[in-house]
Every structure is written in structure tokens, then in C-alpha cells.
Write a protein that binds this ligand. Structure first.
Ligand code: ADP
Length: 479
């Protein structure tokens, strides 16, 4: 017998979206010059018009941040700064439903994830860093800690508010002021966060938010009034940024792409591993830099795992992100859908076997069914390049050493997963894997206390925990 789910839509009445937005500079919303639309990727409905910041707006934001830094924020005690961070965290919690709905409308991610993951984690990041603000000298980074000054922060569209929290909370706790640019397709929760800053009576200019595209991002990166750049996004843009800041005195942290191996050894608890594989690649439509996008299965259990995985994948509910039962929402943009479609076509042409979960995709909006490719080899593009979508490449191995060799055979090194019943094997494998975050018998777990970041082309520096804090302090050791 099969049971049908009745629709369980979340109400959108909790949010009020303006027809047009400006920038948040010096504590005030200022009108923009040029605008571009932001859409709901699940319906293609235009939600609002977002301002595109040019040189004048970026200059004004940097100036406001500098003024706030020299006149207010750098003079304030850590204890006082901490109070503002606590206040922001509490307001985010109070307004969490509003944030969750807005995030889902603008990004396309399921309301279950924005409600239960993105927003609570964003608030947790502020709570955690609020606690650090008056204890910087106890962080093991030296007894005299000093902020950089003005931090320029550029974030992607996959976890809009959470990435803002990862950037803004440590910057403020360490005593920096910020100019932040959200991604062009997901600016709305950053603009709501600007309202939270006003509500928390954060001194004007401590947080400035300018919206725009890559051209705005480049203006921030190249601005001489900025002391530190923090970027999360594609490896391609990360390389451009590294080149741009190389001849300057700006310090920089980069959190870039990934192609994580999720390794299932023969002694793993198979049913748990299947859940972990699904969470690893289908969470947030696979728009996750640390997604477990390369599944490495020990050969003797491959057939059993794949059989169970297909049964489980057929149960993934794809559709309206605002429905509380939805597991997999919309692809964030037409461009991203095209990229996924193109890369998966190379999977077919290079000889891997595609299998997609049977599901009905909505007629409007951008959608991609949960998909796996079997028979993938290490040279296939789908094994080497980040797809950033709900697509899993499956490879096999015979010995633990072969698993490690294959897992490390990538230009990236952001994360990895290990599934095994044996603690000694987990410890051995995690010491061999060249990845910044390694999950054992779980995947995609995040916590503000835990440093996150990559090896090789996955980036420079860490975010979160004491290590992440050090990136916002001058002269602090980065080990
Ligand atoms: P994605 O593939 O996730 O869209 P991008 O690296 O293109 O990643 O975008 C991440 C962020 O970087 C976005 O906010 C985007 O506007 C910004 N960005 C894009 N190009 C540049 C650039 N040349 N300099 C600075 N920021 C940029």
C-alpha cells in the first residue's frame, strides 16, 4: 500500500518583500542606481529588484566601515561588542521563521532545511562568536590581539544567510567592521539581516551590505581601503582574487570548491551509510562545496549499496520548496541548471551509466532529478569537476589503500567521509586523507566551534572555531 502525502505548504505571509531594494551603508538603506531582478527559482516569479553597486556605492560603504572602525568599534571593549552579537543572534532566532521563508523563496532550498539548518546555524554562529568577543586574549593567539580594520566579504548563493553569519560574526567579534556582498541571485536575507542590525542598534557603519554581481565583488577586492578579504565561492573566482591581492598588504581567506570522497568500507553499517550518502549529496540540492559527490564503494558491497541507494533515492520528495515534506528543492538558477546538464552529458558521453530517481519535476522553475552515475572512472569529468548539483559519481575500490589513493586524486581537498565499523580503520583513513574536514559515519555536520576549510584548490584558511577567529586578527598564528 502506498500513502500519498497531502500538501503541507509553509505560509509566506510572514515575509514582506519590497518591490525594490537599495544598499545598507552607514546604518541606513540608500537607494541604488541600477537594478536587476531576483527570482524564485522554483516558480521563476520575480520577487524584487536588487541594486547593483558600482564604484561610488562601494566607496561609500568602505568609507562608512572605516569611520565606524576608527571612531566606534575599535574603541569599544570586547564585552560591549559581544553584547551586540548576542543581540543580533537573539533577533535572528526571534525572526527565524521570516528568515527561513525568505531564504527558501529566494534560493529554492526546501523550507525544512532553511528552517532546521540554515537559520539555526546562522544564529548559533553569532552566539558562539559573541562569547569570543571579550575573550580574544585567551584564544591562544597571543595576549595582544588586534583587528585588521575593514573586512571585505563576498559570499555565494548556496547558504546565503549562513555564509553571511560565517563571515560577519567572527569579523565583528574580533573587532573588524565589514562590507559584505551577497551573491546576485540571493540577496534578500542579507538585506533582512541589515534590518536586524538596525533593530539591534548596531553602531552605524559596522556592517555595510552592498548588493551586485561579480563586478561589485571585484570592486571590493581591489578597493585600497579594505584590509582583509574573505571569499567563499568558485575556485575560478578564488584564483582571480588571490592574484588581485597578491601585490597588496591585504590578508585573505578563500573557501572554494570541493569534490569530496565519501568512502564506504565493507564493514560499514550499510543502511546508515545509505542515509549518509543521500544526505552527503542531496542535501541542499547538492549545492554544497563539501558535498560527498564522489562515492567510493568497496567492490564486494557495491551491488548491495547501490540497490539500497536506488530504493532510498526513489523516496526523495522533489518539488515545491515551501512544502514542509519536500526533500529536494529547486536548482538555484538557470545558469546552474545548464552547468549541471552540461557536465552530466559528459558523464553519458564518457561512458558512465546514468540512473535518475523516478520523479515528476514541476513544469516551471529549475529542476534536476536526484541522479547517480555508475561505472565512473577517475579520468571522467564528472569525477574531477565540481557539479554542484544533485548528482553522485560512483567509483569502486578493492583495498583501503586504493580508496585513499582515489580519494586524494583530486585538485580539491575540502572534505571527506568514512563509513566503517572499525575505529582503527577510521583513524588510519582520516590521517591519510588530504581534506580539511573528515566525517566518520556521518556527513554534512556543521558546528560553529569546528574549523572548516580546505587543502589544495579548496582554499586558504579556516572558518569557524578558534582557527576561523584567527583569520580576523592581525599577526595571529594560523595553525
Ligand atoms: P558560484 O559558482 O557559486 O556562483 P562565484 O565564485 O561565481 O560562485 O560567486 C561567488 C561570489 O563571488 C558571488 O557573490 C559573486 O558575485 C562573486 N564574484 C563573482 N566574480 C567575482 C570577481 N571577479 N571578483 C569578486 N567577486 C566575484
Amino acid at each position: 500500500m502506498s500513502f500519498e502525502y497531502a500538501p503541507a505548504p509553509e505560509s509566506r505571509t510572514v515575509v514582506s518583500i519590497k518591490a525594490k531594494y537599495g544598499h545598507f551603508i552607514g546604518g541606513k538603506f540608500v537607494a541604488g542606481n541600477k537594478h536587476f531582478p531576483t527570482i524564485n527559482p522554483a516558480t521563476e516569479e520575480v520577487l524584487s529588484q536588487i541594486a547593483l553597486a558600482g564604484k561610488a556605492e562601494v566607496d561609500a560603504a568602505v568609507k562608512a566601515a572605516r569611520k565606524a572602525y576608527t571612531t566606534t568599534w575599535s574603541k569599544m571593549s570586547g564585552r560591549e561588542r559581544g553584547k551586540y552579537l548576542f543581540r543580533i543572534a537573539r533577533i535572528m532566532q526571534e525572526r527565524s521563521r521570516e528568515f527561513a521563508v525568505l531564504e527558501t523563496l529566494d534560493n529554492g532550498k526546501p523550507i525544512r532545511e532553511s528552517r532546521d539548518t540554515d537559520i539555526p546555524l546562522a544564529a548559533a554562529h553569532f552566539f558562539y562568536h559573541a562569547g569570543w568577543a571579550d575573550k580574544l586574549e585567551y584564544a591562544g593567539l597571543g595576549t595582544v590581539t588586534k583587528a585588521h580594520g575593514v573586512a571585505g566579504q563576498i559570499i555565494p548563493w548556496n547558504f546565503p544567510l549562513l555564509m553571511l553569519a560565517w563571515k560577519v560574526a567572527p569579523a565583528l567579534a574580533a573587532g573588524n567592521t565589514v562590507v559584505l556582498k551577497p551573491a546576485e541571485s540571493t540577496s534578500l536575507t542579507a538585506l533582512l539581516f541589515a534590518e536586524v542590525c538596525q533593530q539591534a542598534e548596531l553602531p552605524a557603519g559596522v556592517v555595510n551590505i552592498v548588493t551586485g554581481d561579480g563586478s561589485t565583488g571585484a570592486l571590493i577586492v581591489n578597493h585600497p581601503g579594505i584590509d582583509k578579504i574573505a571569499f567563499t565561492g568558485s575556485t575560478e573566482v578564488g584564483k582571480l582574487i588571490a592574484r588581485a591581492v597578491a601585490p597588496t598588504s591585504k590578508s585573505v581567506t578563500l573557501e572554494l570548491g570541493g569534490k569530496a570522497a565519501n568512502i564506504v568500507f565493507e564493514d560499514a553499517a550499510i543502511d546508515e551509510a545509505v542515509e549518509g550518502i543521500v544526505n552527503g549529496i542531496f542535501f541542499n540540492q547538492g549545492h554544497v562545496c563539501c558535498a560527498g559527490s564522489r562515492l567510493l564503494l568497496q567492490e564486494n558491497i557495491a551491488e548491495e549499496v547501490l540497490e539500497k541507494l536506488k530504493v532510498r533515492m526513489a523516496k526523495i520528495r522533489v518539488g515545491d520548496p515551501m512544502d514542509k515534506n519536500t526533500d529536494l528543492g529547486a536548482i538555484n538558477s538557470k545558469e546552474q541548471l545548464n552547468k549541471i546538464t552540461e557536465l552530466t552529458a559528459t558523464g553519458d558521453s564518457e561512458g558512465a551509466q546514468r540512473w535518475s530517481a523516478p520523479c515528476e519535476l514541476p513544469g516551471k522553475g529549475f529542476w534536476f532529478a536526484p541522479t547517480i552515475f555508475i561505472g565512473v572512472t577517475q579520468t571522467h569529468r564528472i569525477a574531477r569537476e565540481e557539479i554542484f548539483g544533485p548528482v553522485l559519481s560512483v567509483l569502486t575500490f578493492r583495498t583501503p589503500q586504493e580508496a585513499i589513493d582515489k580519494a586524494n586524486n583530486t585538485p580539491f581537498g575540502l572534505s571527506a567521509g568514512i563509513w566503517s565499523d572499525k575505529g582503527s580503520k577510521i583513524l588510519w583513513a582520516s590521517s591519510q586523507l588530504r581534506a580539511g574536514v573528515i566525517w566518520a559515519n556521518t556527513f554534512n555536520k556543521f558546528d560553529p566551534t569546528s574549523p572548516f576549510g580546505g587543502y589544495k584548490e579548496s582554499g586558504w584558511g579556516r572558518e569557524g572555531g578558534r582557527h576561523g577567529l584567527s583569520a580576523y586578527l592581525k599577526g595571529a598564528s594560523h595553525e
